[in-house]
Design a protein around this ligand. Structure first.
Ligand SMILES: [Mg+2]
Length: 252
């Protein structure tokens, strides 16, 4: 493969790129809701109130999800700001459950703190740490996520001088703005940058449209022919080999 323009920057998606997200999300979703249900019932009992039905009996987990979807439809600009949608939905439901507005807000905030604590129990692929250490010696690195993991709360965060939370900037991928923001802050042009991500729609297409090269993490897809500039990998650990094939330096 012919060497191309030297790469200066590599941007990384987080969820399902540097770790498997599914198990963490399930544990986070059920865990924080169960915490809220339990703690709220105990609090009501100490106030001499009845805790029957409990919050989760009145509002099963599925109704919480429904509430977030309808809030997202009612507030399209906020549709990617999952943290806001969650807290707002909980506050509404807690109000309907009978809490006064101040208590509803307080309990929604407390449940979100639980949510965020559980959400950050992600386990990066064991190869991620040495990979980022290695690549960081030569390339400028950034993370770009639509999710609500704050990468600076993880040990891996120190590898990313630039970390973009696209949902909170109200421009979730595939919007090009989070990519442009990352590249501007890294001082790199799209043509000299590579994006690494697992979603065709949210990572590959928008990065490619900007003229970035792309490593698409998509396991179990036998070698489908890829359009120019897009390279399919089974796993992020294959990134150094890809860089070598592209004629790019891989620091030792
Ligand atoms: Mg992802």
């Amino acid at each position: 493969m012919a060497a191309s323009l030297p790469l200066q920057a590599i941007t990384f998606d987080l969820d399902d790129t540097l770790w498997d997200n599914h198990g963490v999300m399930v544990a986070t979703e059920t865990g924080h809701y169960a915490w809220l249900d339990r703690e709220l019932a105990a609090w009501r009992l100490t106030r001499g109130e009845t805790a029957s039905p409990t919050f989760a009996e009145r509002f099963p987990l599925a109704s919480f999800e429904q509430r977030r979807r309808s809030l997202a439809r009612a507030h399209p600009l906020r549709r990617g700001d999952f943290t806001w949608l969650r807290e707002r939905a909980l506050t509404q439901m807690l109000g309907e459950y009978g809490l006064d507005p101040a208590a509803a807000e307080r309990w929604a905030r407390a449940a979100m703190a639980q949510f965020m604590a559980l959400r950050h129990r992600v386990e990066p692929h064991p190869e991620a740490e040495p990979l980022l250490t290695q690549l960081g010696r030569h390339y400028r690195l950034a993370s770009i996520t639509n999710g609500n993991v704050d990468v600076s709360r993880l040990a891996l965060g120190r590898h990313f001088p630039v970390a973009i939370a696209a949902g909170e900037m109200l421009a979730p991928k595939p919007d090009p703005r989070p990519f442009l923001a990352a590249l501007a802050r890294l001082g790199a042009s799209p043509a000299r940058s590579l994006h690494v991500g697992d979603s065709w729609r949210e990572d590959v297409e928008p990065a490619r449209r900007l003229g970035m090269r792309v490593a698409w993490i998509s396991p179990h897809l036998d070698d489908l022919p890829m359009p120019p500039g897009i390279h399919r990998l089974d796993h992020v650990r294959e990134l150094p080999a890809l860089l070598r094939r592209l004629g790019q330096p891989v620091p030792g």
